[in-house]
Design a protein around this ligand. Structure first.
Ligand SMILES: [Zn+2]
Length: 385
């Protein structure tokens, strides 16, 4: 049955971090990375905690593509410190790591049959606008073999998301581009997902419009605080949409490609996006028939964006073109080849990547049925020769 979960509470505006002043945090564990400490971003929070005389510890070992080992390190600190509140500060990696710690902590307590220790209150403060991780029950971890595994557990929903655009104003252009395209991919996948509904459609549509209206401005001028705020909200809206509606093969393929070739998550999604729209819409089907459900939804988005859409086919083609133009303006490559991946390396791994993508949890949400061969075909198209 279709359900729509509205969680967590969201505080959103410039200066929103000040809401921490009014929350009874108790012992607080901050989960972040060294960069956030070094550039005084965490200090914006610890200054508030110091003034409140709140006891806190900082776990700053988070690295991109968090591993299970990293989560276990964080869990050890959590078990020793026993925090009342966890504050995750950073991009998707910091929030995902904190989610893993919350999940493992809950499992340890259940295993030991300890009901007297409550799960900590979980606050997410995203410093990039892309993952939407602050409002989802999803997280992604990398195992010893470099493989990315997606988890989806209700216990990983944060209780509070603080969206303060001041925390994103120093994000460099390349990261702004990659995370913004990740938002677009979340919203488009949620919009066409076979679990989409009226609620998720409205949020996804709003997020897509904001990305097209504001991403280039934030990419060109990081200090454009209005663009930053719109993108921060868009990321969150897309997050709520996809955590309820699911993602699709764009993410499954990006997990496999990014894991094997060390490509950032957003960039891998952005490169694949036009090719996945082609597949899901059936625009290149040999019988000339479109995949009606997807094609109509893509065409609706094209129309909403003011792109040429005199027919469903033209709308789909306009959207594909629109995404490619946006990618080009953001200096995101238009093919896997342009990512600098050698053809022989790509060919060696394409079968394995396609198998991984088929097994990925996100594939279940894809609106068009796929098999390993169709994933391989999309990869070959996206390689671009
Ligand atoms: Zn993503």
């Amino acid at each position: 049955m279709k359900t729509f979960i509205v969680a967590p509470k969201i505080v959103h505006e410039k200066g929103a971090i000040q809401c921490l002043k009014d929350i009874d945090l108790g012992k607080t564990l901050i989960v972040t990375d060294e960069f956030m400490v070094k550039f005084n971003i965490v200090k914006k929070i610890t200054d508030i905690l110091d003034k409140k005389s709140t006891e806190y510890e900082v776990f700053s070992e988070v690295e991109p593509n968090p591993t299970v080992d990293l989560v276990i390190n964080g869990l050890q600190l959590m078990l020793n410190f026993n925090p009342d509140t966890i504050v995750a500060v950073g991009g998707g990696s910091a929030i995902d790591t904190a989610k893993g710690m919350v999940l493992f902590f809950n499992n340890v307590m259940k295993k030991k049959n300890i009901s007297t220790i409550k799960d900590p209150y979980f606050i997410a403060v995203p410093t990039t606008s892309g993952t939407g991780s602050e409002v989802t029950s999803y997280s992604v971890f990398t195992n010893d073999n470099g493989l990315k595994m997606a988890f989806n557990e209700d216990i990983m929903f944060p209780n509070l998301a603080i969206l303060d655009p001041d925390f994103t104003s120093t994000v460099p252009p390349k990261v702004t581009a990659d995370t913004g395209i990740d938002t677009l991919t979340h919203a488009l996948e949620a919009f066409v997902s076979n679990m989409s509904c009226d609620y998720t459609d409205m949020l996804a549509e709003g997020a897509i419009k904001s990305v097209f209206n504001y991403l280039l401005s934030a990419y060109r001028d990081g200090a454009d605080i209005l663009a930053r705020e719109k993108l921060h909200n868009a990321s969150c809206m897309a997050g709520i949409a996809f955590t309820n509606a699911a993602l699709g093969i764009n993410h499954s393929m990006a997990h496999a490609l990014g894991g094997k070739f060390k490509i950032s998550h957003g960039r891998a999604n952005g490169v694949l996006l036009p090719y996945v729209i082609e597949y899901n819409s059936g625009i290149n089907n040999s019988d000339g028939e479109l995949e009606e459900y997807c094609a109509k939804k893509y065409a609706y988005i094209a129309k909403t964006l003011g792109l040429p859409c005199s027919s469903t086919r033209e709308g789909v083609m306009s959207l594909i073109q629109g995404v490619k133009i946006l990618n080009k303006k953001l200096d995101i490559p238009l093919s896997i080849k342009e990512l600098g991946i050698e053809e022989k390396d790509f060919n060696r791994l394409i079968s394995e990547m396609s198998e991984l993508a088929m097994k990925d949890i996100c594939t279940q949400g894809n609106p068009r049925i796929v098999d390993k061969n169709s994933i391989e075909d999309i990869f070959i198209n996206a390689y671009g020769n």
